[in-house]
Design a protein around this ligand. Structure first.
Ligand code: GLN
Length: 449
């Protein structure tokens, strides 16, 4: 099989599958592998990879699934894209998502919802639902996603694949369309943990263009694979295995915990009592940062501009009213309120304080545990349309994934069997910059499922 043929077949298959799943916003008709592929040096040489549509790609439309950016063609590549190009990966298109990455179901896309390949009536999760569905259905072996409060791990769980959100500061966010800058992180979705390790090897590392990226040396993430779990100290928070989590999801997760224990891991019962505050804390911080980040969409410089406007203010108001979808507007209003003079102390400042307490809570547990595990989500994938009109219910879905973003720690979801015929995700969280232990455990679980 030549790289040319692989690329052609991949694009043809994507187009075909898109009629059913709608996992892509832009398909690269003219996709071509890099020239002079060096298979001995580049593990990703000629491998087709999908890119979430909030990661800027030079010369290729990047919409963040928003009407606001329907015609935006960036003049530069995100750092992760430059790195993938250097590693000779093949670019085949941009995946569907919730508008500006705000959502948990990929229903909030201007380009229509993505369907879950396991059952077309179900959501694929979100906001990286297009990336997850594309990988789960075998259209590409890997896709990039972004995770602000669970947007890689939750869709990975709903689609029965692996997905990792690295440590905050592990991967450059330069060229990632900002949602919540203190929480956003680019990561990878693949069927197998080892493939994500290969891609993280390429995209991780310091970047002069993003001062929040750590200068820390990037280890070879594949080197952690195959070490076994003997002696590994694993914390299981009781809040993650409570009645609030679907019984069948809990049973599937417990099976993996028992399996790790049977192979020599030390299982410790721990508690994260602040879990009950993470949803409001996150939605205040994320919406506040979003309201600030999204100010740049004014209809003047690029993107959508309303017609028949009478004044400058009219351009702003009409362009933003017509360009943003309802969920994005909700976040902007929520964030503007939380940051306003009368509410700042009560909401934003308070949330920032709780965030610090949540970080401390994790640090305490990590003093005696190498990793923390539990379910990724409280239920398997839900029906399309079933939660879209109930934002609070939708937000509460994120209770198990949000903490890792607030604490800046790496976290992943690995498949853990089925509940009612739909995949269940097993979440693994580790200390800052300890993605290695995540790959070690995820691969161990995969080999035995
Ligand atoms: N579902 C969460 C939200 O809507 C997380 C989204 C994300 O991680 N990008 O904000």
């Amino acid at each position: 099989l030549s790289a040319d043929k692989l690329t052609k077949d991949t694009v043809a298959n994507i187009k075909d599958e898109n009629k059913k799943l709608n996992a892509w916003i832009t398909v690269a008709d003219d996709a071509k592998p890099a020239e002079n592929l060096d298979f001995s040096k580049n593990k990703l040489a000629g491998i087709p990879i999908g890119i979430k549509d909030n990661i800027t790609t030079k010369g290729v439309k990047t919409t963040a699934a928003s009407h606001m950016l329907y015609n935006y063609v960036p003049v530069f590549d995100a750092t992760v894209i430059s790195k993938l190009k250097k590693a000779q990966a093949t670019f085949v298109g941009k995946t569907n998502m919730d508008e500006f990455a705000m959502g948990s179901s990929t229903e909030h896309s201007y380009y229509g919802p993505t369907h879950n390949p396991w059952n077309l009536d179900k959501v694929p999760g979100g906001s990286s639902g297009g990336s997850a569905a594309a990988v789960a259905s075998g259209q590409v072996v890997a896709a990039l996603g972004s995770d602000t409060g669970g947007s890689i791990r939750q869709p990975a769980a709903f689609n029965g694949i692996f997905g990792i959100k690295p440590t905050y500061g592990r991967v450059s966010r330069w060229g990632l369309i900002a949602f919540s800058s203190s929480l956003d992180q680019i990561g990878v979705l693949t069927k197998r943990a080892k493939d994500s390790a290969e891609i993280l090897n390429v995209i991780a590392g310091s970047d002069d263009r993003d001062s929040t990226v750590s200068e820390k040396e990037v280890p070879d993430f594949t080197s952690f694979i195959g070490q076994g779990v003997k002696g590994l100290r694993i914390g299981v928070p009781k809040e993650y295995m409570s009645d609030a989590v679907d019984e069948k999801v809990r049973a599937a997760v417990q099976k993996q915990i028992d399996f790790l224990k049977a192979n020599g891991a030390i299982i410790n019962k721990v508690s994260l009592p602040l879990t009950k505050y993470v949803v409001p804390t996150y939605y205040i911080i994320a919406s506040s940062e979003a309201s600030s980040n999204l100010q740049r969409y004014d209809g003047i410089r690029y993107g959508y501009r309303a017609k028949d406007t009478k004044s400058l203010v009219d351009v702003y108001v009409k362009s933003r009213s017509e360009g943003f979808g309802p969920e994005v507007k909700r976040r902007i209003m929520l964030g503007s309120f939380a940051l306003s003079a009368g509410s700042y102390d009560k909401f934003f400042k308070q949330a920032a304080k709780v965030r610090t307490l949540i970080c401390n809570e994790f640090d305490k547990i990590f003093a005696d545990n190498d990793i923390i595990v539990g379910p990724t989500t409280t239920t398997p994938a839900f029906d399309i349309g079933s939660e879209i009109s109930d934002p609070i219910k939708m937000y509460n879905n994120d209770i198990l994934t949000i903490s890792a973003n607030l604490a800046g720690i790496p976290a992943a979801s690995v498949p853990a069997g089925l509940a009612d015929g739909m995949p269940v995700g097993f979440q693994i969280m580790a200390k800052r910059f300890d993605e290695g232990n995540i790959f070690r455990v995820a691969d161990f679980i995969e080999r035995n499922n």
